[in-house]
Design a protein around this ligand. Structure first.
Ligand SMILES: [Zn+2]
Length: 262
């Protein structure tokens, strides 16, 4: 049986551990050098406590809060490290890119790799049937900041993710749901599903639980950054600089710019 569990790290990062009770693959092992000086890797402590051996790491992009844990884990265990090959991430043993597959024997898993540039140019997503590990590209009711790519590139990347089956569960790399909901509710105060999700997300956070994963089908109805085809989001985009309502890239760019100023 497959388990997928988050390890909260830094302020709001999640490293996702996918394991079968004996072996694990870890997506985006965060952990900074300054932390390493002070204490042992919290990921290694989590694994040791459960007697689970890490066999592989999957890296979505080059930001330190997604790669900082590679060194400590690779020093302690024989792990293969999959990730972008072109952005100088130390410790990558198996560079992967769009259309590649990652076959693992333990846990027995077969991931597909999607290139989704925008937040960074090297950004990758990893999918299993019904599961999406998307780093900093898609969040519940939000999306990543466009640091290196263009808004148009980010919209096309999000459209690739939105084309996955609606029942796909999304494992984002940060707990940003409530912050994203504040913006989403600000621009769409009458959206009933946003209000209901905000209430539920508050309840989960008050109980110390993650708000993730979320289902893609739910996000397609409530996330303003996936609803470039929705007349209400198009109206808001037009009020804020989008000139062509049916240009999905322009609608997305206007909403993303609005959030950057929020
Ligand atoms: Zn990032």
């Amino acid at each position: 049986m497959l388990h997928i569990e988050p390890i909260p790290l830094l302020r709001d990062n999640y490293a996702w551990v996918i394991h079968d009770g004996a072996h694990a693959v870890i997506v985006d092992p965060s952990y900074t050098e300054s932390d390493q000086a002070k204490q042992p890797s919290p990921i290694l402590a989590w694994l040791d406590a459960r007697r689970i051996l890490p066999t592989a790491l999957l890296i979505t992009h080059h930001h330190r809060d997604h790669t900082g844990g590679i060194g400590a884990i690779a020093t302690a265990h024989a792990v293969t490290v999959y990730g972008p090959g072109d952005s100088g991430i130390a410790g990558i043993t198996h560079p992967v890119g769009d259309g590649d597959r990652v076959h693992l024997d333990a846990p027995r898993l077969d991931f597909s790799v999607l290139a989704i540039p925008g937040h960074t140019l090297d950004h990758l997503a990893y999918t299993l049937p019904g599961r999406l590990f998307c780093g900093d590209t898609l969040f519940s009711c939000g999306c990543g900041r466009v640091f290196e790519g263009t808004p148009e590139q980010m919209q096309r990347s999000l459209a690739r993710l939105a084309a996955l089956p609606d029942e796909t569960l999304i494992y984002c790399a940060h707990e940003y749901t409530l912050e994203n909901l504040a913006f989403a509710r600000h621009i769409e105060p009458e959206h009933a599903e946003l209000l209901a999700w905000e209430n539920e997300a508050c309840r989960l956070r008050d109980a110390g639980k993650p708000t993730l994963p979320v289902a893609l089908g739910d996000e397609k109805r409530r996330n303003p950054f996936l609803r470039w085809g929705d007349p209400e989001i198009q109206r808001i985009a037009q009020e804020h600089g989008a000139t062509k309502n049916h240009d999905h890239e322009q609608v997305f760019a206007a909403i993303r710019a609005l959030k950057d100023l929020y």
